[in-house]
Design a binder for this molecule. Sequence first.
Ligand code: DX5
Ligand code: ZN
Length: 229
Amino acid sequence: MSFDRSIKIAPSILSADFANFGQEIQAIEAQGADWVHVDVMDGHFVPNLTFGPPAVKAFRPHVKTVMDVHLMITPVDPYIQAYADAGADILTAHVEAGPHSHRTLQAIRAAGMKAGIALNPGTPAEAVEHLLDLADLVCVMTVNPGFGGQKFIDMTSKVQRLRQMIGDRAVHIEIDGGVDPKTAPLVAAAGADVLVAGSAVFKGGSVSNPSVYGDNIRAVRSAAEAAQS
Ligand code: DX5
Ligand code: ZN
């Protein structure tokens, strides 16, 4: 995985057909997805349950791009090796998930993955200031995590602050929640380069009508690229 700040669209398969993940992943990649975003929820850190390591492992052979695994779980550390074994390329933990994010990021890298740190809407940019040398990605949540299809919460000033703090480091800024062609320009202009989108990519399409996914991906991408600073 080489680093650049071009806009990358990462569809969240939380909005895919849960009976058909293999074909859904193939369809979004064929239609222009840059990364595949996998939302892992534990029913404890967030009020919803999704995928464990065996499910993520089953997705792996279908993902030809980058498998971006977003852990909304606590604790994190006991599961890092399991998600490495499942084939995650990027593993993101929440800074709110425990007191030892520094150790968690080190452990993620030591397990051979890129390390991400996510911030809930109520958490300030400064919470990750001393973690940036250990991170490959900062994920700014623009909804309270747990569900797809929620309304975008404006975190523009936080993204701007993070972009300044990151400076020349090779750290992606990812936005997760409520991203669509209207909200993408706000965060792209503020310095984000990875845009997670669930409902905005999957709405109106299906594996038998996949060109809608392509239209949706292009709509988010072109709105973001036009605004990118
Ligand atoms: C929220 C998840 C998101 C979500 C995005 O807890 O982390 O990845 O699926 O979905 P949309 O784009 O529908 O807000
Ligand atoms: Zn996510």
